[in-house]
Design a protein around this ligand. Structure first.
Ligand code: AHR
Length: 502
């Protein structure tokens, strides 16, 4: 049997687009132990003066997360933001219907903004378009962004926040097409309320950017038609359309699982086409860009979640413990996002702490990195600059669901300021290393800074509280320069980061 191999040519002038740093965003929802026990745990021995966990803040800083979506998710569609501001002792405990828990409102809008400052990130706020509408949204943005001299801005000042929060990015509801959503809507109903909400929010603060809800995932029966109708009704008042997608490997078919980013590629391309179709119908000059504001692997916790009793505060919901193969899928999904850097301007790995997250904590105990932490960290730290067109040739395989799956998935990012090129690559081959040759023909002289590899002999290996470092990257990758090309052999089932100094 012939050895599999792959080659890639990149040229510094063949640019797909500049990475918008917000593509490395994440998400904190009032769900499970994301907030209570995740970012906030006042009884933890190391908690700071506000009850935040410094170990979690350090791990978040290690990812250099530019933006965090908040407070949901499904949660936002039943949330009264006013419950979460003002004196904590006076805040109501509510039945939280999206996840059937008790929401104590110990953390709300202002505390989250304090946490963002500590974690060196910004907020992407979602407004409730499930049970509420334009009125509450305009009040929230007045509370958040208006300097002073009005009822809601003065209330913020009374609550101890003299300076406006100046949040720039806002989501108009969440997954409004989903029957599971509190206050789900038809595309027409949603498009109308989203447009009216967008109008009044921008009248309060014209500098904001707004995200309209796309379909909850590509399998929704109204996918396509939903995007078209919603954009038809909101086009001039919104800036982005959302996409959400999670993948799983319940059937234990790893070759198919690793190929699922091909479906993500086609999902992104289809939504771009739909947005541009509406643009054409409207003879508009404006592009609607994409906000892939929920993406990840999610399936490990489905069964255990069914066994949880309702109406608890912060039960361990959606606590997927990730494997090495999950990290490879996350790596492939990151490459998919980068390959459409021209149109995908924001994306949020869902979520950040404990809930389908790269960071896990034990209540009262340690915090650690899940396997998926590493590709996300590498992309965020090293994937800033211009994404280059990958002229990639790779041998391919077929699975039950996919044909022509390239063994090697790869993309390169050129950081002109730092004079660096970073190549991200996944070897999907489960049994063999694959030779990979990269031709950086237009770049002149260069040297290899490092070749980082995340590999494991066991694709099911996980990091757990008693073995936090079972899966972690090393820098002993074998990339070298030969005849002006980068030559390497990518280990079987591996995530690779080849960093080049120009
Ligand atoms: O991220 C978990 C949930 O997934 C979110 O609340 C919802 O928007 C999506 O269905």
């Amino acid at each position: 049997m012939a050895t599999n191999k792959a080659t890639m040519i990149v040229d510094k002038d063949f640019i797909i687009g500049e990475v918008d740093k917000r593509v490395y965003g994440s998400f904190i929802e009032h769900l499970g132990r994301a907030v209570y026990g995740g970012i906030y745990e006042p009884d933890h021995p190391d908690a700071d003066e506000q009850g935040f966990r410094p170990d979690v803040i350090e791990l978040v800083k290690g990812l250099d997360v530019p933006i965090v979506r908040y407070p949901g998710g499904n949660f936002v569609s039943g949330y009264n933001w006013e419950d979460g501001v003002g004196p904590v002792a006076e805040r109501p405990r509510r039945l939280e219907l999206a996840w059937r828990t008790i929401e104590p409102n110990w953390i709300g809008f202002n505390e989250f903004m304090d946490w963002c400052k500590k974690a060196n990130t910004e907020a992407m706020m979602a407004v409730n378009l499930g049970t509420r509408g334009p009125d509450e949204a305009r009040n929230l943005i007045e509370y958040s962004n208006h300097p002073s001299g009005s009822y809601w801005s003065d209330l913020r000042i009374k609550h101890g926040y003299k300076d406006p929060h100046n949040i720039k990015t806002w989501c108009l509801g969440n997954e409004m097409d989903g029957p599971w959503q509190i206050g789900a809507k038809t595309a027409y109903e949603y498009g109308r309320i989203a447009n009216e909400t967008a109008k009044v929010m921008k009248w309060v603060d014209p500098t904001i950017e707004l995200v309209a809800c796309g379909s909850s995932h590509i399998g929704m029966p109204t996918f396509g038609e939903w995007e078209s109708t919603v954009l038809d009704l909101t086009y001039d008042n919104v800036d982005y359309l959302s996409l959400h997608q999670y993948y799983g490997n319940a059937e234990q078919d790893t070759e198919t699982f690793l190929a699922r980013s091909l479906a993500m590629d086609s999902f992104i391309n289809t939504v771009i086409s739909t947005a541009d179709y509406v643009k054409a119908r409207k003879r508009s000059k404006k592009n609607i860009n994409l906000s892939f504001d929920e993406w990840n692997v999610w399936f490990h916790s489905h069964e255990s979640d069914k066994k949880l009793d309702p109406w608890q505060i912060a039960p361990p919901q959606l606590e997927d413990i990730y494997t090495h193969e999950d990290a490879l899928v996350v790596g492939c999904m990151l490459i998919s996002l980068l390959k459409r850097a021209d149109r995908v301007k924001m994306a949020c790995i869902a979520q950040l702490v404990n809930v389908i997250a790269p960071i896990m904590t034990a209540n009262g105990g340690a915090a650690w990195k899940q396997t998926i932490y590493f590709p996300y960290m590498h992309a965020s730290l090293f994937g800033r600059g211009n994404v280059l067109v990958p002229l990639l040739k790779s041998d391919k395989y077929d699975t039950k669901e996919f044909t022509d799956v390239p063994y090697i998935e790869s993309v390169a990012v050129h950081n002109e300021e730092k004079e660096e090129v970073t190549i991200f690559a996944v070897n999907r081959h489960l049994g063999e290393a694959v030779p990979f040759e990269i031709d950086l023909r237009s770049f002149g002289d260069f040297s290899i800074i490092e070749h980082i590899v995340l590999e494991s002999n066991d694709v099911k290996a996980r990091n757990t509280i008693d073995a936090m470092d079972r899966v972690k990257p090393h820098t002993n990758g074998n990339a070298v320069i030969e005849n002006g090309k980068i030559v390497s052999s990518l280990a079987k089932a591996s995530w690779n980061v080849i960093r080049i100094k120009l």
